[in-house]
Design a protein around this ligand. Structure first.
Ligand SMILES: Nc1ncnc2c1ncn2[C@@H]1O[C@H](COP(=O)(O)OP(=O)(O)O)[C@@H](O)[C@H]1O
Ligand SMILES: [Mg+2]
Length: 587
């Protein structure tokens, strides 16, 4: 199923937490009711106790519950109100806990599905990906969604209820005044809404600036070594600095404009409040509204402030959530590797497998073919080499053989089974491509060999021995537990290549592709390495890509690649006999 971020999908997720949601809201409503009745005590105190007016409440208490004097009632009501506030606070803490865990759960799931999507993203997409942009989406935008979910689920219903309750109370106290307030209030709200309209847009610009800054900084730091070697620190850091400046400008813009909009809308609200207050005073002077009830109305006006703002703000939160969703969807929109549902496994039960490439053409950019009409037949267990000048398409071909790039034209048969019927994971479990530029993790040597799989001590030692690494490990201060540094910076290029070879040995594939995997080794070490690999590779199908004769002299068959075409092929002997071939020129 294709994942997608939208308000609808968020609501659907919320509904999956229906039980908690209902429970949380019941708690929230209880917490709200406990405090929202408090202003009703004002008329009791003011009118009945101070002004001697009778709303029948004190008289009811004195006959049914408790008879005391004014001081006693004031203290009694005080204690009762404090108890109400205390209960309400505890309930609201509990309610927050429920809502926070709902929203964190939803955002966690969103992150997981984003990660799952990225896991399967095609290499072509990956190559164009700005890593900083992707990470900022997973951090900032998902956080925005979190804010939306937590404020929506915890506040929207409760805020509406507070408004409803307050409206009912106001209508009950003095319906004409209440109608005036309730009809004018939306106008005030509308003003404030209009004012803050651009906040969402500004926020979007600020987020984008954050993303650009992050991705520029990421690249600078990732290529730090290279940058230093080229003496270009100031250029690249200046670039990041420029991004930081842009970010500052956007942030200032967002910071003060959103604040201004907030304050102005508050000002409008307060002015409204002042008007309502004056009208209420007039109502006391010219109608039968009591002072205590007037004070209760003032209190309710305040009670209504924050729910009204929550409801006004809801649409901004909604707008920012929608924007965050759009950005998150740009990750979900990235193409994934093709999925083969029910794969065939031609590798099962055989030590090696033959590979046939049929009429394969390939282009990174439309219509610019990097490989054209490639036909190859590699028999099970045979040792084949591909040679060609730099840029002739060797690495591209190797990548295609392990399914890194989808085939648009042509077909590859693995043991007679078309690539279209094979799961990519099956291909990669059995065909091991040793990358031309193997990358190491900033972890221990052991982790870099096993990549988290568990192998016996003996297997690791054997792989190290075959890859000519035993002496290298012996010289490391902590042996296999030595950290290799970022990108394996503590190792030489040749050592890194040998780590990649040891990795391959441990995973024991049926087909091995060496993509210039020994290019950084001296001829002597290379010879020893291939000698040690000889038994290991005996039954496997092996494709060796190289542009050095020493690497491929033992191949049984050689393909010569030139500008994406196979221009020649044959046994080393046959090719050597032809003076003009690339192979003989390698000598
Ligand atoms: N990811 C890519 N996107 C676009 N063009 C690429 C990409 N990788 C390689 N190329 C181009 O494809 C051609 C073949 O590259 P490659 O297969 O790496 O050659 P080789 O391994 O023989 O040196 C080169 O011209 C290179 O510029
Ligand atoms: Mg290459």
């Amino acid at each position: 199923m294709k994942s997608h971020c939208s308000i609808k999908s968020i609501v659907q997720q919320l509904l999956e937490h229906r039980k908690d949601l209902i429970f949380g809201n019941i708690i929230a409503i209880a917490a709200t009711l406990l405090v929202v009745v408090i202003p009703l005590f004002i008329p009791i105190i003011v009118d009945e106790l101070l002004l001697g007016k009778d709303h029948h409440f004190i008289s009811w208490i004195s006959t049914h519950i408790w008879q005391t004097d004014t001081k006693g009632y004031v203290i009694g009501i005080l204690v009762f109100i404090i108890v109400l506030r205390l209960l309400s606070t505890f309930l609201s803490i509990f309610q927050t806990k429920i809502f926070v865990s709902i929203s964190k759960n939803i955002t966690y799931k969103m992150r997981v599905s984003l990660l799952n999507h990225l896991k399967d993203v095609s290499l072509k997409e990956y190559e164009m990906m700005r890593v900083g942009a992707v990470t900022s989406k997973l951090v900032t935008d998902v956080e925005t969604i979190d804010g939306f979910v937590s404020t929506t689920v915890s506040k929207l219903i409760v805020s509406s209820l507070i408004l409803l309750f307050s409206s009912v109370v106001l209508l009950w106290i003095h319906w004409q005044l209440a109608l005036f307030i309730l009809l004018t209030n939306p106008v005030v709200v509308l003003f404030t809404v209009k004012l803050s309209r651009n906040i969402g847009k500004l926020k979007k610009e600020e987020n984008r600036a954050v993303e650009l800054f992050q991705s520029s900084l990421n690249e600078t730091l990732e290529l730090f070594h290279q940058i230093r070697a080229a003496n270009k620190e100031s250029y690249f850091f200046k670039q990041s600095e420029a991004r930081a400046k842009e970010l500052k400008e956007h942030s200032v813009n967002y910071g003060y404009k959103s604040d201004a909009a907030m304050k102005l809308s508050y000002l409008i609200f307060l002015s409204g409040y002042e008007i309502f207050r004056s009208v209420s005073i007039l109502a006391v002077a010219y109608s039968d509204l009591s002072v205590g009830l007037m004070l209760a109305i003032f209190s309710y006006l305040w009670v209504m402030v924050s729910p009204t703002q929550d409801i006004i703000n809801f649409q901004y939160v909604l707008a920012t959530a929608k924007a965050a969703c759009r950005r998150i969807n740009s990750i979900f929109d990235m193409h994934r590797e093709p999925v083969v549902e029910e794969g065939v496994n031609p590798f099962e039960g055989s030590a090696a497998i033959d590979i046939e490439v049929k009429d394969l053409s390939f282009a990174y950019i439309e219509k610019v073919n990097i490989l054209e009409n490639i036909n190859m037949k590699i028999n099970a267990g045979s040792k084949v080499a591909i040679v060609g000048a730099s840029g002739s398409g060797k690495t591209t071909l190797a990548n295609i053989l392990v399914g890194f790039y989808p085939l648009e034209k042509g077909e590859i048969l693995y043991g007679g089974v078309s690539n279209r019927r094979l799961k990519l994971s099956t291909i990669r479990e059995n065909i091991y491509l040793i990358l031309q530029h193997p990358k190491l993790f900033n972890d221990t040597m052991l982790f870099n060999l096993t990549l988290g799989n568990s192998y016996s001590e003996a297997a690791v030692q054997k792989a190290l021995h075959i890859a000519q690494l035993d002496s290298v490990i012996a010289r490391l201060d902590k042996g296999l537990d030595t950290l290799v540094g970022k990108d394996g910076i503590k190792l030489s290029g040749g050592q890194r290549q040998r780590v990649a070879i040891a990795r391959m040995v441990l995973s024991d594939p049926k087909v091995v592709i060496f993509d210039e995997s020994t290019s950084a080794l001296d001829v002597h070490t290379e010879a020893k390495l291939f000698e040690a690999l000889h038994d290991f590779l005996r039954e496997k199908t092996v494709i060796t890509i190289a542009h050095r004769l020493s690497t491929i002299k033992n191949a049984a068959f050689i393909y010569v690649l030139e500008d994406g075409h196979i221009v020649d092929s044959g046994t080393p002997k046959e090719l050597l006999a032809k003076d003009e071939s690339y192979f003989s020129q390698m000598l």
